[in-house]
Design a protein around this ligand. Structure first.
Ligand code: ATP
Length: 201
């Protein structure tokens, strides 16, 4: 599974439709400061479900990621980004050989839309699809400029969390936490049922 293509329109500095094609080798993106290199990385994380505008290096409202205009261009009303993955190895749990994940946001009504292979879906469907592939928005597939120094400065316990994420242990820890929480709630419910039974008897 690899990212074949990214299509952006109206996202941050990409007012016009911009398509970046990746191949199996290394792709380097070069350009002057402020030309939008890091915005590509933000676009990928946005589609994968990033909800923190701070992490996206944007203003306080999610609509700030929509192209806000420049000296030559008027603002646009819609941001749309699509990631196209090769799925011939079926790493994604889907029969399709190509998976397109799209997120869009309209300025008019702040309405968000998520799509898998052009079919509308929920953000949860995207999270579920990418969860077991190591592609989640918090995964280590994307190492940003600040990450390197924070890895180097991290305390041993924090560094251990990073190793757990890289080794794929973190997701099981998360699932364990959810299951333990459910068990606690079930135990509370059983206690309440027992109280009611005691009252009736
Ligand atoms: P550097 O090499 O300095 O790290 P970069 O190439 O990574 O720069 P980015 O940080 O990706 O550049 O892009 C910054 C540019 O994106 C700025 O010019 C900023 O004005 C523009 N930008 C960000 N959000 C928007 C938006 N909503 N509308 C229009 N332009 C935007």
């Amino acid at each position: 599974m690899f990212l074949k293509r990214i299509e952006m329109q109206g996202f941050k500095s990409f007012a016009d439709k911009t398509v970046i094609q990746f191949d199996h080798d290394i792709t380097g993106i070069v350009g002057p400061n402020g030309c939008g290199k890091s915005n590509i990385n933000d676009a990928i994380r946005w589609v994968l479900g990033e909800q923190s505008t701070k992490s996206l290096r944007s203003g306080s409202s999610m609509s700030d990621i929509i192209f806000a205009g420049s000296q030559e261009r008027k603002p646009v009303n819609l941001a749309k980004v699509t990631l196209v993955f090769d799925n011939t190895a079926h790493v994604f749990d889907s029969p399709f050989e190509e998976i397109e994940i799209t997120r869009q946001l309209s300025r008019a009504n702040n309405e968000a839309g998520y799509f898998i292979n052009k079919t509308p879906c929920r953000l949860k469907d995207i999270s579920d699809l990418v969860m077991d592939t190591g592609l989640g928005k918090d995964s280590l597939n994307i190492i940003t400029q600040g990450n390197i120094s924070s890895f180097a400065d991290a305390k041993p316990e924090e560094r251990r969390l990073l190793f757990e994420e890289a080794a794929g242990v973190a997701k099981y820890k998360k699932r364990k936490q959810i299951s333990l929480h459910k068990l606690d709630r079930t135990k509370e419910n059983l206690d309440r049922v027992q109280d009611i039974i005691d009252e009736i008897e």
